[in-house]
Design a protein around this ligand. Structure first.
Ligand code: AMP
Length: 282
């Protein structure tokens, strides 16, 4: 496994691979890796000759300075995990290497995709995500790139980016990897206290119950039920809980388009913000 921190070196390595006729799979991450990340690596390894992983805590996608400062960083352990997962190249650039002239411009209209849920509560977040993913795609030039459904709205943003800019990369989505108690794996879970960690599966339990009840209660009532259920534990503050269409994220009014129904939530547990989602009819 080779690691690069300079764009020029990374570009040289992938150009050599392309010349040799090797396909390149790419897994962008912000580090503090867990099995969810490794499941994306596995998908890439199955389908490509070479797998590249990037570790970059992208400052411009954090709308909250504290969240950026407290984001878990664990490079030594990350490299160990990537080595044992069979990663070929790791790209670990510094901020100045990625943004030598400050934040680049990106004028893409994401329609309603970046206005709701994460977009509404984290202004500027998806612009930051789109800028870094575009930049990483330009550097790595992957044939295939792998993203988790855990960040479902991000996945739609990236599909939109690729489609609008006609980027020559195929986007693949992997299911959410969960802890044994159902909590969606996330780097931010490392910030939970032991007590919070024990309670955290309430989010998954609520999503499972919502799936059971979907179609039996009116959508609005079910949404209210879910918010009440999570809020019944005072350690939790629900930022949003929405039942949306998984294609364009518009809020469902009824169960007529139920095969596309996706429940999405963002919750504060203490000062840690957790997100999760579940398809309700598949
Ligand atoms: P992050 O390091 O949080 O930016 O995530 C990097 C990639 O891993 C993104 O495509 C995420 O959607 C994906 N990912 C994060 N957590 C999970 C999970 N629990 N299961 C599957 N994929 C995940």
């Amino acid at each position: 496994m080779k690691t690069f921190s300079l764009i020029s070196e990374m570009v040289k390595a992938v150009q050599k691979e392309h010349k040799a006729g090797h396909s390149i799979g790419f897994v962008p991450t912000m580090g503090a890796l867990h099995e969810g990340h490794l499941s994306l690596m596995e998908e890439s390894k199955k389908a490509n000759d070479i797998t590249v992983c990037s570790i970059f805590v992208n400052p411009i996608q954090f709308n909250n300075k504290k969240d950026l400062e407290k984001y878990p960083r664990n490079l030594k352990e990350d490299l160990r995990l990537l080595q044992s997962a069979g990663c070929d190249y790791v790209f670990i650039p510094e901020n100045e290497e990625v943004y030598p002239e400050g934040t680049p411009r990106l004028d893409i209209n994401f329609g309603s995709l970046d206005k709701v849920m994460e977009g509404k509560f984290r202004p500027g977040h998806f612009k930051g995500v789109a800028i870094i993913v575009k930049k990483l795609f330009e550097i790595i030039t992957p044939d295939h790139a792998y993203f988790g459904k855990k960040d479902y709205q991000q996945l739609l943003i990236i599909r939109h980016l690729v489609s609008v800019l006609q980027l020559p990369v195929q986007i693949h989505a992997s299911p959410t990897f969960r802890e044994p108690d159902g909590l969606a794996m996330s780097s931010r879970n490392l910030r939970l206290t032991i007590g919070e960690r024990e309670m955290a599966s309430l989010i998954y339990q609520t999503l499972c119950k919502v799936k059971e009840k979907a179609g039996h209660l009116p959508v609005k009532e079910l949404r209210r039920w879910a918010i009440k259920k999570i809020s019944s534990n005072p350690a939790f503050t629900v930022e949003y809980f929405e039942i949306v269409d998984k294609n364009d994220l518009h809020i469902l009014e009824n169960w007529k388009e139920k095969e596309n129904a996706l429940a999405c939530t963002a919750v504060f547990l203490g000062d840690v913000r957790l997100i999760d989602n579940m398809e309700l009819f598949s």
